[in-house]
Write a protein that binds this ligand. Structure first.
Ligand code: DUC
Ligand code: ZN
Ligand code: ZN
Length: 452
């Protein structure tokens, strides 16, 4: 065997049990109470948890936006991910107008291939939903990309309700999944114009420009369209109680609607925008009030929120400073790629959710919904050996100094984690150990995904 992990407690979405894990050629080949064979590397995981690596299904690495580019490259982003126990990312390949879907992914593959420290895939973010693109859904499926993102906001990217309807209908025909950024752009635009005219330019007004109802209206509309066309739907970065209520109602009716939320919506409230460094928290959707924060936790526990992902899209301090005098000039996006799994597991250590639930929403559901289960997202014989050894007793205080991304600050500064990953394996290869990155760029592979 290449690797044997002994004496640990294995956690899956449905079970917790003591067993040894044996790994050969990147795959889990044996799980048993006492693995007796020899191993090239033997890890004693007594007192530790043995978890699947997380899959972060929402990241924006090297994303060109607003005259700049998000601060983590494919190398630094995947390095940071590995150090936080994430072993696969699904990034966004943004379609330029006139470009095909597969061509868009192929272009991003050329960028990521030499850099990736962990495995990866893409959703295509569609900006030009013409008939050829709708036709191309099938070719994209054959290429291993069965999920597409539509933005209801952002001038150069946004689609209208007619286009959303077409995409949902086509996704139903092709077994693909439409993911939607749900906010109402017209409400945002008018509110923003009025706020600026009144001289209200601080970071707090970012929240005021896109409060709860801006999301709720869009969620309601897109859920209704999904219902009309009988298509599955994935709502990215859900941030509000009322938005969640819409999802819950639809799920109660039996619709295949999935909601994702992000760690910053679970951990923070809109009070952060009143801070001196409020601009660092500017992302869209905005971070909402305490009532929404609590509701999102309830939604996770109930199962109406299916996944947690980061929307990792950081910008450096000097870029965030562009909006010191005008919140509309702050590049939108926060970091979290190294913090998501430790945070969710820390909340499990503290009893907010079970460890099984943390694995379900960070790993197993993600793999199932996006079509890479059971290769990814669980600890099982035949699955990739993407494994995290987790010490539930280790205390860890987050600081930009102990993070591994290329950003000069973190919105997670001083956050105390109860428990922390001590080792991450990507297909059996050690990529992180006790504070240090051990992997290398170019190791990560493209994971083809299939939803049917
Ligand atoms: N929201 C952000 O804050 N950043 C990137 C894209 C998005 O939708
Ligand atoms: Zn978004
Ligand atoms: Zn995003």
């Amino acid at each position: 065997m290449d690797l044997i992990i002994k004496n640990g407690t294995i956690i899956t979405a449905s079970e917790s049990y003591k067993a040894d894990v044996a790994v050969k050629n990147g795959k889990i080949v044996m799980i048993s109470e006492n693995v007796q064979t020899e191993g090239e590397r033997v890890v004693d995981a007594a007192g530790k948890l043995v978890l699947p690596g997380a899959i972060d299904a929402h990241v924006h690495l090297e994303l060109p936006v607003g005259g700049t580019i998000s601060a983590d490259s494919y190398e630094s982003g995947t390095r940071a991910a590995a150090c936080g126990g994430t072993t696969m990312i699904i990034d966004f390949a943004t379609q330029e107008k006139g470009m095909g879907l597969v061509e868009t992914v192929q272009d991003r593959l050329r960028h990521i291939e030499p850099q990736a420290c962990i495995d990866y895939s893409f959703h295509v973010a569609i900006s030009d939903l013409n008939p050829e693109v709708l036709e191309e859904f099938e070719a994209s499926v054959r290429f291993g990309i069965p999920s597409f993102k539509l933005y209801m906001v952002y001038k150069d990217m946004m689609v209208d309700d007619g286009e959303i309807a077409d995409a949902l209908q086509r996704s139903k025909e092709t077994g693909t999944l439409i993911a939607v950024h749900a906010e109402n752009p017209y409400l945002i635009e008018r509110r923003t114009r009025r706020l600026l005219a009144e001289g209200k330019t601080g970071a707090w007004y970012h929240y005021e420009s896109r409060p709860e109802f801006v999301e709720v209206d869009a969620v309601r509309r897109v859920v209704y369209l999904a219902k009309i066309f009988g298509a599955p739907l994935y709502i990215v970065h859900l941030s509000s109680r009322e938005g969640l209520d819409e999802v819950t109602k639809a799920r109660d009716e039996g619709l295949e609607i999935y909601a994702e939320t992000c760690p910053h919506y679970l951990n923070l409230t809109n009070e952060v925008y009143k801070r001196e460094d409020g601009r660092n928290f500017v992302c869209s959707p905005s971070i909402k009030g305490e009532d929404s924060r609590k509701a999102l936790w309830e939604g996770l526990r109930r199962g109406d929120i299916s996944t947690v992902a980061t929307d990792h899209c950081p910008f450096k301090s000097y870029e965030k400073d562009w909006g010191k005098e005008d919140f509309t000039k702050i590049p939108n996006g926060c970091m979290g790629i190294e913090n998501m799994y430790p945070y969710m597991l820390s909340e499990a250590s503290k009893g907010s959710i079970t460890f099984n639930k943390a694995v379900e929403v960070c790993c197993t559901n993600v793999a199932r919904i996006f079509g890479c289960a059971p290769q990814k997202g669980t600890i099982a014989v035949g699955s990739d050996a993407d494994i995290v050894i987790y010490d539930p007793k280790k205390k860890f205080v987050v600081s930009s100094k102990n993070m591994h991304s290329d950003v000069d600050y973190t919105i997670w500064e001083n956050c105390v984690m109860t428990g922390y990953p001590v080792m991450t394996f990507s297909r059996g290869k050690l990529v992180y150990e006790e504070g240090s990155f051990k992997g290398n760029p170019g190791w990560g592979k493209f994971v083809k995904r299939y939803r049917k």
